[in-house]
Design a protein around this ligand. Sequence first.
Ligand code: DGT
Ligand code: CA
Ligand code: CA
Ligand code: ZN
Length: 577
Amino acid sequence: MDNKAIANILYETADLLEIDGQDSFRIRSYRNAAQAIENHSQQIKEIISEPKQVLAIAGIGKGMLQNLQELFKDGQLAVQKQLLEKYHPSMLQLLKIQGLGPKTIALIWSAYKVSDVDGVEKLAQEGKIRILPRMGEKHEAKLLKAIADYRRISGRFLIDAAETEAEKLTAYLEKCPGIDKVTPAGSLRRGRESVGDLDILVTGKACASEQGRQKAIAYAAQYPPLMDVIASGDNKISFHVRSGMQVDVRLLPPESFGAAMQYFTGSKAHNVALRQRALKMGYTLNEYSLATLEGEKPVAGKTEEEIYAKLKLDCIPPEMRENLGEIDLAEKHALPRLIEQKDIQGDVHMHTVETDGKNTIEEMARAAKARGYKYMAITDHSKNLAFANGLDDKRAVEHIARIREAGKRIEGITMFAGIEVDILADGELDLSDDVLAQMDLVIASIHTLFDQDQTERLLKAIENPNTSIIGHPTGRIQLRRDSYRLDMHAILAAATKHKVAMELNAYPDRLDLNDVHLRQAKQAGVKIVINTDSHHTSHLEKMRYGVLQARRAWLTKDDVLNTLPAQKFAKAMKHAW
Ligand code: DGT
Ligand code: CA
Ligand code: CA
Ligand code: ZN
């Protein structure tokens, strides 16, 4: 259980206590502890056995320490469990609806004893919400819209959330006797930016007999975060976990594991194309094996590699399996050598306590160095972002001096002084040319006025000779806010002309440019920089989601500037590549 997971449980418990009408002091103690843990740089799991260290965290007292100890011992909190039993686990889903807080949920519960999304929607449709105290027609209409929005996005989860769920469930299933391999397949394995449901494949000798499978399925049904079973069969169980995510667990005998990996990794389009190829070659392909058409004699099934090999194909990386021409390339032994995490030499978009980051220059530098990077850049916000305490010219110059000074002190990593400067309404940059020219690199980003078409603004920013990179170029926040309007072709053409790089923001809720845009960029000859946009040392590891996205777009090392050595990279930031 990492700090984020602990914080989530504490936040949820606080919400449930509020629904239950408990005293505000107690509720606040849970929220404060959640916030402290979320922002704590050290993992609680590493210090839980040393109470003094846990108590040293501001916002955590003796009572909360006991809660944390219980959480690590039992995997859950008794108080939370009791409250979920008293109301219903579906309460947690209601809390995820925008604008529907614990107070309103408590009100609805006390009047109608309803605690699920469908039920609340029905009440609103029947005009039964508006008649509650402090509510009205406006509230009711807003609630209906919020439920519709929730439905639209709640079907999907961000890749990091899906990965965390998959890791927890995998660790649990691996402990089942007779199971020796548990692997996620589906869209998660293909590295998609969001995931609909989890597909978990399980194999081992337990999967070879009916009795063994029954035991394994019964074991899976005991998974503590399981909320409700959707379906359960001889070799499959589907259920929801507490986050609302659906999980499909499938049991396969070892001789079919490769065929199942291939089939359930997908995509569907890739599978259809592959099956057609198999048929042409006199085979049939399904989730159990590749077999001869005549006599149905299996010729491959244990591993994916042998299936692709029998079909006379190089093994295709999961991120490429979308039927976009990858099968032709595999046949010609011409698959690209996709970029890998180890190719990344530096991370050049991150914030510090000087604006809205949580760590100092020094802490960020040491964390980047610990990841093995050769270089990094500090790029705090500019003054237009007032709520983030953005830098004006004077503070920016002082900050550059501090970054350069830290760079001298910290050996083994090159530190670039940069800025994430706001692109203003008219496309001008938020700091003076003279200050921007002193930077090693300048990331220009849009953070305001999302409703208008951004093409002119971005073109103007690209033409500014100080701009090195356009940050998170579409402005989308996945599952919350769509991209602003922009003419991507025009922007990419200008970026090529002015040798301005485009960012692939690796932070899981951004991940823009997306795969389609990245392919367009490559075609237009635009170079990419993959950055985490870290606001905390713990965010630096999000780099791998950016790398996955780049792989989905078939990018190689040569397409990405922060695979270059430091000196060459520095030149590229001044339009020389
Ligand atoms: P998701 O869950 O929406 O993020 O996307 P996937 O790709 O994980 O899709 P899912 O969970 O419906 O199915 C997992 C894989 O199973 C899918 O990628 C390919 C395979 N599959 C599912 N349905 C079919 C089908 O009708 N035909 C074929 N050939 N494969 C299928
Ligand atoms: Ca899936
Ligand atoms: Ca599925
Ligand atoms: Zn930004």
